[in-house]
Design a protein around this ligand. Sequence first.
Ligand SMILES: O=C(O)CCC(=O)C(=O)O
Length: 279
Amino acid sequence: MSESYLREISVAAPTGPSTSAPVHRPQTPTALAADFARDGYLSIPALTTEADTEQIRSLLDPLFARFDTLGERAVDLAGPGAPGQPLRSPEINEAVILEPRLRNTLTYLRCRDIARQLLGVPVGYQFDHAIFKSPNNRTPTAWHQDEAYSQEPIPLRSIHFWIPLQAVTESNGCMWFIPGSHRGPLLPHRLLNSRTDGLNRKVAGGTLVADNVDSSNAVACPLAIGGVTVHHPLTLHYTGANQSDSFRKAWIIHFGAYGWFRRRLHPKVLMARLTRSLG
Ligand SMILES: O=C(O)CCC(=O)C(=O)O
């Protein structure tokens, strides 16, 4: 990534526990990486354009329109709902596989550039999902570390981007982070709820919550359209319930070091596969 491109990015400085508006300041690549290393997250107010955000929405909306047909790829993070009630936190996993044009968006390309910059090695797509919180869904996304969801025998070495598709505030479910939490261990997580598909059938896996989180220093990251947040797999994060009358739509992409190669060819991954195959 060229330095001139990064200088165009300004980053929201941590505001502490107060809810006052974040301070934005221009960033050099080195300062960006230093902030990320210290805090475990960045809030970037203007990564992409409104037109690009609109393009992403126009690619994801049709997937959500056929949510019921997507099987286990489409789940309600909030778990089983009352019969006949709308889903509360519908999520589609690996939207990029269903809609490969998402890979051509400016957002995707710029996020990949930033991931390469922050990790300092070649990166590739690892995972993506989209969460469209229903109007007045009354369901926060509980405090967790993404690493807790990993089934791999090696730690995630990835950068995670959270891309809102409309402006986000504390009242419609913006991201919150605990600065520096990525420098601590992976906390114990427990199952918060099981998950259901678009036909309200239970699916494998579930939604996790980290125990004993001290959120007194948590920082809210409100964003205008075009902004994104970036976090480390160990950074504790949360989103509040959507208290607005519209959907709160977000797309999330993970880029990992060496992409596909590390996750398939790392010696520990190969050894785990060999051990499994030997029974
Ligand atoms: O969009 C949300 O509500 C939560 C997203 C999240 O926590 C995640 O992607 O790990």
